[in-house]
Write a protein that binds this ligand. Structure first.
Ligand SMILES: [Zn+2]
Length: 77
């Protein structure tokens, strides 16, 4: 048992694919206003809180990953 960090209700975290889903005692997915508010504000704030430097770093990392994959593929042949 865990507690929703937004409304303190008892919930269980269930793994669903890649994400954790909060489930209430009755088996339904837990949703509360506080959580929804937090999530929607995160979505709108996140892109602007990243500095251009951080974005460039992130993009560089992505490019690097793509490059490495391509190189691995090329080596196999
Ligand atoms: Zn909650």
């Amino acid at each position: 048992m865990a507690r929703c960090k937004y409304c303190q209700k008892e919930i269980t975290w269930m793994k669903e694919g890649r994400k954790n889903v909060p489930v209430e005692a009755d088996g339904g997915i837990h949703k509360c206003e506080q959580m929804l508010k937090m999530r929607s504000s995160l979505k709108t704030i996140q892109p602007t809180t990243l500095s251009p430097e951080e974005i460039a770093k992130y993009e560089q990392g992505m490019n690097q990953q793509v490059k490495e994959k391509a190189e691995k593929k090329a080596k196999k042949k």
